[in-house]
Design a protein around this ligand. Structure first.
Ligand SMILES: Cc1cc2nc3c(=O)[nH]c(=O)nc-3n(C[C@H](O)[C@H](O)[C@H](O)COP(=O)(O)OP(=O)(O)OC[C@H]3O[C@@H](n4cnc5c(N)ncnc54)[C@H](O)[C@@H]3O)c2cc1C
Length: 412
């Protein structure tokens, strides 16, 4: 397909955004920024209300043709280049977008994209489209107690029984599972081949008998992720995504989308450089040479991340799946989030650890306690470095000692 001219398209996006959103508010000079939480800590009714606000915006975006920008048209996307997606994000940052949640991001940017790419025509109509429009919400049932960085070691089993599959196992750290309609689940369907080859992906209805969701309380106070137990969960074969044994390809594609989403800066997570600058101003600290150095360092890193997102977007091929370069932007984004919290904590001193009622100070605690989570989610910093080393820089790979059937690995 011939691509629309980037500048003309960008102008159309800006015009559309102005019809549905208010212009972005700058952080107040009082140092009281809007929302510094990396993870929300809301009672259930407020969480549901937030989800509804997010869904209304995602639906408007879908209906205007601005969802799934880089997915090929034949699988329900807009078929545009990553540069168009980056331009959309840039334009959107000038507007007051409803604060998104992990579940919205996982539904649209991860599961919706993966089911579009790997689903049948019927699955695209029944699931991918409703996920991209957030009519249905989906969580990501990948990690297990013994399978995080080494995801291919997962032990949740799916056994075929005629036209059905029966699933037993446990997942953990599942963001948004309490509010999800479906979960994209990875399960072992063949233990007698190497671990990556014996995995299959399924969509599991979260209200199916045998699915139990238990929230996990985080140090930031909220419970945005959960444990999910699956006991004899019976699902029809039509909910299998991709071929039996194709689950690892579904997983790596989904994770590459996750790194792109996490690194893109599309969704506001915690405080930004502008928030820290507003804080320094409100505390009267911008004349301090050490504070100025810290602010300058943060500014440079913020600009470098934005430039890298842009460069990776421009060099990515049009349409389809993100490449290993997504690890670069994910790593820079998690590093920036951590450093932003550190500079705010240095500025605030003891005030960050107690709510004194002083505007815009204790709010940074939410940032500080949430930021470490992003060094882990979607693959840890160390795993991103491994991916960059092996797949971007083409350095020698880590030694692999597990190229034997999964059932022959110790403990299985
Ligand atoms: C906020 C948040 C949300 C999440 N949401 C979801 C979700 O919705 N769905 C889901 O399935 N999962 C989710 N996760 C889980 C996440 O994917 C895992 O936490 C992550 O992959 C790390 O796995 P692990 O916690 O088991 O740590 P481990 O894999 O046990 O790692 C422990 C430590 O060892 C290091 N390490 C491990 N292997 C290597 C290696 N080869 N080289 C160098 N260092 C290594 C790691 O970097 C880490 O520091 C979420 C996690 C967080 C924090």
């Amino acid at each position: 397909m011939s691509q629309p001219d980037l500048d003309t398209w960008r102008a159309q996006v800006r015009q559309w955004l102005a019809t549905v959103l208010e212009p972005a508010r700058q952080p107040e000079s009082t140092g009281e920024p809007a929302d510094l939480a990396v993870f929300h800590n809301l009672p259930e009714d407020e969480e549901r209300a937030l989800l509804e606000r997010c869904r209304a915006h995602q639906r408007a975006r879908f209906d205007a043709g601005y969802q799934a920008l880089t997915l090929p048209e034949d699988v329900g996307g807009a078929g545009l280049t990553a540069a168009h997606a980056a331009a959309y994000a840039e334009e959107e940052s000038a507007f007051e977008v409803p604060p998104s949640t992990e579940l919205i991001s996982v539904t649209v940017r991860l599961v919706g994209m993966a089911v579009s790419l790997f689903g049948t025509v019927e699955q695209r109509a029944n699931y991918a489209r409703p996920f991209l429009r957030t009519d249905l919400l989906a969580c990501q049932l990948f990690s297990e107690p013994g399978a995080g960085s080494d995801l291919a070691a997962l032990r949740t089993r799916a056994r075929q029984d005629g036209e059905h599959w029966v699933i037993d196992g446990q997942k953990v750290w599942t963001s948004g599972a309490r509010f999800a309609d479906y979960g994209l689940l990875l399960a072992r369907t063949d233990p007698d081949v190497v671990k990556q080859a014996g995995i299959t992906a399924f969509l599991v209805p979260m209200d199916a008998p045998g699915v139990e969701v238990r929230p996990i309380r985080q140090m930031s106070g909220g419970a945005s992720f959960n444990e999910v137990f699956l006991s004899g969960v019976r699902i029809p074969d039509r909910l299998r995504i991709g071929r039996p044994g194709q689950g690892w390809e579904v997983a790596t594609t989904t994770l590459a989308f996750e790194r792109t989403a996490s690194g893109s800066g599309n969704r506001r997570k915690g405080g930004t450089f502008a928030d820290v600058l507003a804080l320094a101003r409100s505390l009267g600290r911008t004349g301090d040479p050490l504070v100025r150095q810290r602010l300058a360092d943060l500014y440079v890193r913020t600009e470098l991340r934005a430039a890298t997102v842009d460069r990776v977007a421009r060099t990515s091929a049009a349409g389809g799946r993100p490449g290993p370069e997504a690890s670069l932007t994910k790593l820079m984004a998690s590093d920036l989030l951590t450093r932003t919290g550190q500079v705010a904590a240095e500025l605030l001193g003891a005030r960050i650890s107690a709510d004194t009622g002083e505007p815009g100070t204790y709010a940074w605690t939410q940032h500080l306690l949430g930021a470490p989570g992003y060094r882990l989610a979607g693959g840890t910093d160390q795993i991103q470095r491994n991916l960059i080393g092996e797949r971007v820089l083409k350095l020698p790979p880590e030694p692999r000692v597990d190229r034997v059937p999964f059932s022959q690995l110790s403990g299985n």
